[in-house]
Design a protein around this ligand. Structure first.
Ligand code: 13P
Length: 252
């Protein structure tokens, strides 16, 4: 039985004051869910240390939104996996569509970041998802399987052990127009099926999160799907009441 996981991706939002207010609001409210659902938040790099301090004593995990593909060295402006591990980070998002689409990150770079995260003992959250034109052209399966295979082919199926997958249709992100539970379930089942061809155990154990306009009103129905194991939540994770309700849906 897979335990549900809800991760708040704060993206490039937040300030020390706003983060504190948000965390102080969600921390006590989420305590009652401990054990039933796993929860983490991913602030920006400069806010990791403060967030870690505020979360101390709670079971809310600390995640990062990105990392560099290789270890320490001459790479101005980048952050390595071991730096994140030292900062108390447990999870890290890789291959988010905002990085693939707006910053041109490739499948190969994403696979390298995935490997770097694992090597440092971090849990990578590998994001896959199609754009609207790709969906309209009937290319959804080809796109998400290509993105998944890029990691499997590069790292081997064992690299997916204990990792997390996130299906985030690009058209659903920040649009207020989520995938329907049926649309999301179909892609989640496809991804799990692909993993099953290589390892039944990993396919059964891996959490596949849905992301894209998840909110308090739609989370319950999405999370009730058999292959949806929680959510990767953007905008709604910045609002205490919404995030608490989303986490509660996952824990019910
Ligand atoms: P929204 O929840 O704001 O649509 O963002 C989803 C997302 O990109 C999470 O990584």
């Amino acid at each position: 039985m897979r335990r549900k996981l809800v991760v708040g991706n704060w993206k490039m939002h937040g300030s020390p004051g706003r983060n504190r207010d948000l965390l102080e609001a969600i921390k006590p409210a989420l305590q009652s869910l401990e054990g039933r659902v796993e929860i983490a938040v991913c602030p920006s790099f400069p806010h990791l240390a403060d967030t870690r301090a505020i979360l101390a004593g709670s079971r809310i995990g600390l995640g990062a939104q990105n990392l560099f593909s290789f270890g320490e060295g001459a790479m101005t402006g980048e952050v390595s996996a071991s730096m994140l591990a030292d900062a108390g980070v447990g999870l890290v998002i890789v291959g988010h569509s905002e990085r693939r689409g707006r910053l041109g990150e490739t499948d190969a770079q994403t696979a390298d970041k995935f490997a770097a995260a694992r090597k440092a003992g971090l849990v990578p959250i590998l994001c896959v998802g199609e754009t609207r034109p790709e969906r309209d052209a009937g290319e959804t399966a080809a796109v998400v399987l290509r993105q998944l295979d890029a990691v499997i082919d590069n790292q081997g199926i064992a690299a997916l052990d204990k990792a997390v997958l996130a299906y985030e249709p690009v058209w659903a992100i920040g649009s207020g127009d989520p995938a329907t539970p049926e649309q999301a379930q179909a892609v989640h089942a496809l991804l799990r099926g692909r993993l099953k061809q290589r390892s039944g155990k990993i396919a059964d154990e891996i959490r596949i999160l849905y992301g894209g306009s998840v909110n308090a009103a739609n989370a319950g129905e999405l999370f009730a799907q058999p292959d949806i194991d929680g959510g990767l939540v953007g905008g709604a994770s910045l609002q205490a009441r919404e995030f608490i309700a989303i986490c509660a849906s996952a824990g019910s």
